[in-house]
Design a protein around this ligand. Structure first.
Ligand SMILES: *[C@@H]1O[C@H](CO)[C@@H](O)[C@H](O)[C@H]1NC(C)=O
Length: 340
């Protein structure tokens, strides 16, 4: 009912919605599994924000799956499990480090965008971006809407980190570190976007705003951090990390950190949250991680011939249409054999 009645195209029922929203938020917040008390409290205070965060989840999950689509671990989620990632998150692996970072980055991104789009009562554009300022090309006036990333980072920190603040063990420290690395990654990709004014677009006067880049930039960045993630152990005071191996560097604030080696994700293993690679598509000629050799873990693959339809023989007609034929093509696809 919330989506129906709270849509902006129904402004007259909006007030009623707000009222029902407050009642509904108790029900909603009590029914999200896995929240700690502090998070439930924040949820009840900010039901709109929670809905935005919930709606934004599919975006960071999609990004995670994009980054790992050709890997043995492909950021798969368990639709039947009430825990989205199954038992995976119980481990302290590099993959889990990525999931924490990309999800907390996702919360920041979603929130800042919702603020800018005027979807939330509690925030809007960055109020500090007013007056004038300068960049390398000279002075400009702040205008338009700058994404209020600082606000989104603060809320994200309060909300997402609340869970880890209850504990003070190695795993909590790991999560806090990766959450922060994720939040910082969003802030890194803010662009100054400007509009030119002045005589025939001479750009003698500019108005500018700070806008977040596409979430893909954050995803790409965190993927690189995943590759360079540092295995750590907690120091003797339990306050920070030391590198787990003598030849590893100490992690910086932007690095992802993990505690445990990863399973190989080759076979289905409930305990480690691995679904195995049986049935996954692979590339017969690639020597990389998407190649059948690596992807199928030496178990071999099945070949099947499927028919694919593509647009072909496209002709451009003046003006302005393109006409194509449908071409049917037989292509071989390779899928990993399952374990015996
Ligand atoms: C398979 O891998 C080869 C070599 O890396 C690449 O050239 C080719 O485009 C890939 N094929 C598909 C279908 O992705």
């Amino acid at each position: 009912w919330n989506r129906w009645c709270c849509s902006p195209s129904r402004p007259r029922v909006l007030l009623l919605c707000r009222y029902m929203g407050t009642l509904g938020s108790q029900v909603m917040c009590d029914n999200i599994p896995g929240l700690v008390n502090k998070q439930r409290q924040l949820c009840r205070q900010h039901p709109q924000v929670m809905q935005a965060i919930g709606a934004g989840m599919k975006d960071w999950i999609t990004e995670c799956q994009h980054q790992f689509h050709s890997h043995r671990w492909n950021c798969n989620t368990m639709t039947r499990d009430h825990n989205l990632f199954g038992r995976l998150l119980l481990r302290s692996s590099r993959e889990v480090a990525f999931v924490y970072a990309v999800s907390s980055a996702g919360v920041v991104y979603t929130l800042a965008r919702a603020c800018s789009q005027g979807e939330l009562d509690s925030c809007s554009c960055d109020p500090s971006k007013k007056g004038s300022s300068r960049d390398s090309r000279g002075s400009f006036a702040w205008g338009g809407c700058s994404d209020h990333v600082e606000h989104a980072m603060r809320f994200s920190q309060t909300f997402v980190d609340a869970k880890e603040r209850k504990e003070r063990d190695a795993r909590a420290l790991m999560n806090l570190h990766n959450n922060r690395a994720g939040r910082k990654a969003v802030k890194r990709f803010m662009n100054l976007e400007c509009k030119c004014h002045g005589v025939s677009g001479s750009c003698s006067v500019r108005t500018c705003w700070l806008a977040m880049a596409d979430f893909r930039r954050t995803g790409d960045h965190l993927r690189k951090r995943y590759n360079a993630a540092v295995q750590v152990a907690v120091n003797q005071y339990g306050t920070g990390f030391t590198a787990a191996h003598a030849h590893f560097k100490r992690p910086s604030k932007n690095d992802l950190v993990y505690l445990e080696d990863s399973p190989d994700y080759c076979i289905r293993d409930h305990e480690s949250g691995s679904v195995g690679t049986g049935g996954r598509l692979c590339n017969r000629t690639s020597r990389g991680v998407d190649g059948c050799e690596v992807m199928c873990c030496g178990r071999g693959y099945d070949t099947s011939r499927v028919s694919q339809t593509t647009k072909c023989e496209c002709k451009f007609h003046w003006c302005c249409a393109v006409h194509c034929r449908d071409c049917h093509q037989q292509v071989d696809v390779y899928t990993c054999k399952g374990q015996r």
